[in-house]
Design a protein around this ligand. Structure first.
Ligand code: PCA
Length: 214
């Protein structure tokens, strides 16, 4: 199995992005699974192009994109991406879309094809605070998750499973942010390893509750 895993570069005034730091720290091989790492820019109009080019050249079995969700407590496996760009802040190229579709001819939303419940099961066994999230937001992370699932859908690449993971801040980012959750970088990297292995373990997802009210 071959996994293409991406992490974003820093944005929003941060000096590092824990998503990329954790992705780059992954081994190249996890129990026989080949891991190909890619940094992508936090830029609406460039991120998807770079991802698509790499899907075409790498020909992975699985694509996992990873981003920072500052303020979240858990390692979050995203369930759904919506066809909407609405930037709270400009991206790294200074572009700030407001209520525009990601792709005019795309569905309203796409669900992940990763075994998210199985992944959460394995993450909890590894003592990692983790949860299914039902919103990837409306910034570049939702944009890349939507773009990925749109691309797989439009090109009939049903054999490639894809999805998105949001990770918390790491300790050095919260020194000046009182009462803000964080997770050690080594634990986030471990959580990515566990997630990758879970994708191999669970060809089909399991049926257990991951629901929440908010
Ligand atoms: N997080 C942002 C974009 C890049 C990143 O790492 C987001 O959640 O949209």
């Amino acid at each position: 199995m071959k996994v293409l895993i991406t992490g974003f570069d820093p944005f929003g005034g941060e000096k590092i992005n824990p998503a990329w730091e954790a992705v780059r720290a992954l081994p190249d091989n996890i129990d026989g699974i080949e891991v190909i790492k890619l940094q992508i820019p936090t830029v609406f109009k460039k991120s998807a192009k770079k991802l698509f080019e790499n899907i075409d050249s790498v020909k992975p079995d699985v694509v996992i994109c990873v981003g920072q969700a500052g303020g979240r407590y858990e390692f979050c496996v995203e369930r759904v991406a919506i066809n909407l760009d609405d930037g709270r802040i400009p991206d790294n190229d200074g572009y700030q879309p407001v209520d525009t579709p990601v792709f005019e001819d795309g569905d309203t939303a796409y669900f992940t094809s990763l075994p998210i419940k199985g992944m959460i099961e394995e993450l909890k066994k590894a003592s990692i605070p983790a949860a299914v999230s039902n919103t990837a937001g409306t910034y570049v992370c939702n944009h890349i998750m939507y773009s990925l699932l749109y691309y797989l859908n439009k090109n009939k690449l049903d054999n490639i499973r894809g999805g998105f993971i949001h990770v918390p801040y790491i300790p050095e980012q919260v020194i000046e942010k009182k009462n803000t959750p964080y997770m050690e970088l080594s634990r986030i990297t471990k959580a990515l390893e566990v997630s990758i292995k879970a994708v191999k373990t669970y060809e089909k997802d399991i049926v257990v509750s991951g629901g929440k009210e908010f």
